[in-house]
Design a protein around this ligand. Structure first.
Ligand code: ATP
Length: 362
C-alpha cells in the first residue's frame, strides 16, 4: 500500500499540451476516481502513473519515491484495462499466475496467491478454463485477479466496466467496491461514468481539458459543485440551469420565465451567501430531485408538462420553463400529463447560483 502524489504534472503530444500542470494527493488506501468527458486527459494521467507514458514535466511519486524515471515493471503497480488483455492460450490459472512466474517467484507462492485471488473473486470453479470459455464479467474478474495476485502497492483501473452490459456493470461495480473494502489497496480508477465515480470513490477528481476542475468527496462534488461544468457533469439527469436574478435585499431569487418571474425565498444560509451579490443576474441550478409536487401547499413554480417518463421507482417530468426545459424527479403517483400544467415546490436550501459569464458558483 502506498500514497501517490502528482506534482505539477504536464504532458504534451507534439505541439498539443494535454495536461496543464496537475497536482493532487492520493492517501494510502484511498480510492480515487478520475472522471471527465472524453479527451480530458484522464487515461493519459493514469498511463503516466503506470509508466506507460513519459511524464512531460513535474513529478509523480509512489510511496514517497519519485517514479518519473522508474520502469513500469518496477513501480509496483497493477493495471486492469477495459479490454481485459488476457492471454488467450492460457487457462485462468496460468493467466493469474503469469506475472509472478515471469518474476521467477517460488511456485508454491504462486499457487498460494492464485488460489487466494480465485477465492476472493469466486473464480475457483473456472481455473481450468480458457478466456474464450468465459463471459465478459468472468473475464473482467480474471483481469482483476491477475492484479490481486501481484499484491501491488497501487491498483490502476482504466474504464474496466465499459465492455459489460448494464446489469453486469452494476454487479462488477459492487465487486470492485467490496474488493477495495477488503484489501484496502490504494486505487486509481478512470471512468467517464459519473455514477461509477459517485458510487466507488473516496475522492473524485473531475478533469476538464487537462485541468482539475474540482477534487473532493462524492458529497462535495455533488452538493457543493464549484462550477456549472461539475454541477452538470455529476448527477443524472443533469442539474437544471435557468436564468434568474438575486433579489435587491438577497432574501429571494427570481427565475425568469416568459409567463412572468417565479420568485423563490432564500434560506438564511443562502441569504448570507448571496448578500454581496444582491440584484445580480445569475444562472440558477436546481437538481431534478429538489422539485416536489406542491400537493396542498401553495406552488412555487407552475409550468406546462412536455413529456412524462415513468421509471417505476420515480417519474421524470420534462417542463417548458425559462429559455428551455427543466426536468423534475417526482414520486410515481404524481398526476402529470403532457400539455397540462404541474404545480411544484422547490427545496430552496439546495439551489445553486452561478456567474453567467465565468460559470463559477457564487
Ligand atoms: P477517453 O475517455 O475518450 O478515453 P481521456 O480523458 O482518457 O478520454 P486521453 O486518452 O487521456 O483522454 O487523451 C487526452 C487527449 O490527448 C485527447 O485529446 C487525445 O486525442 C490526446 N492523445 C492521447 N494520446 C495521444 C497520442 N499518443 N498522441 C497524440 N495525442 C494523444
Amino acid at each position: 500500500m502506498a500514497a501517490v502524489t502528482f506534482n505539477k504534472v504536464e504532458k504534451s503530444f507534439g505541439k498539443f499540451k494535454i495536461i496543464h500542470g496537475i497536482s493532487f494527493d492520493i492517501a494510502d488506501g484511498e480510492f480515487v476516481v478520475l472522471v471527465g468527458p472524453s479527451g480530458c486527459g484522464k487515461s493519459t494521467l493514469l498511463r503516466m502513473l503506470a509508466g506507460l507514458e513519459e511524464i512531460g514535466a513535474g513529478e509523480i511519486a509512489i510511496d514517497g519515491r519519485v517514479v518519473n524515471d522508474v520502469d513500469s515493471k518496477d513501480r509496483d503497480i497493477a493495471m486492469v484495462f477495459q479490454s481485459y488483455a488476457l492471454y488467450p492460450h492460457m487457462t485462468v490459472r496460468d493467466n493469474l499466475g503469469f506475472s509472478l512466474k515471469l518474476r521467477k517467484a517460488d511456485p508454491a507462492l504462486i499457487g498460494e496467491r492464485v488460489v487466494n485471488a480465485a477465492r476472493i473473486l469466486n473464480l475457483d470453479a473456472l481455473l481450468g478454463r480458457f478466456p474464450r470459455e468465459l463471459s465478459g464479467g468472468q473475464r473482467q474478474r480474471v483481469a482483476m485477479g491477475r492484479a490481486i495476485v501481484r499484491d501491488p502497492k497501487v491498483f490502476l483501473f482504466d474504464e474496466p466496466l465499459s465492455n459489460l452490459d448494464a446489469k453486469l456493470r452494476v454487479a462488477m461495480r459492487a465487486e470492485i467496491k467490496a474488493l477495495h473494502q477488503r484489501l484496502k489497496t490504494t486505487t486509481v480508477y478512470v471512468t467517464h461514468d459519473q455514477v461509477e465515480a459517485m458510487t466507488l470513490a473516496d475522492k473524485i477528481v473531475v478533469l476538464r481539458a487537462g485541468h482539475i476542475e474540482q477534487a473532493g468527496t462524492p458529497d462535495d462534488v455533488y452538493n457543493h459543485p464549484v462550477s456549472m461544468f461539475v454541477a452538470g457533469f455529476i448527477g443524472s439527469p443533469t442539474m437544471n440551469f435557468t436564468r434568474g436574478r438575486i433579489g435587491e435585499d438577497a432574501s429571494s431569487v427570481s427565475l425568469h420565465d416568459r409567463q412572468g418571474d417565479t420568485v423563490l425565498p432564500l434560506t438564511a444560509e443562502r441569504q448570507a451567501r448571496y448578500a454581496a451579490h444582491a440584484g445580480r443576474e445569475v444562472v440558477v441550478g436546481i437538481r431534478p430531485e429538489h422539485f416536489a409536487p406542491a400537493g396542498a401547499e401553495p406552488p412555487q413554480l407552475t409550468a406546462v408538462v412536455d413529456v412524462v417518463e415513468p421509471l417505476g421507482s420515480d417519474t421524470l417530468v420534462f417542463l417548458t420553463f425559462g429559455d428551455g426545459e427543466i426536468v423534475a424527479r417526482v414520486p410515481p403517483a404524481t398526476p402529470a400529463a403532457p400539455g397540462q400544467p404541474i404545480a411544484l415546490r422547490i427545496d430552496v436550501g439546495q439551489l445553486h447560483c452561478f456567474d453567467p459569464v465565468t460559470e463559477r458558483v457564487i
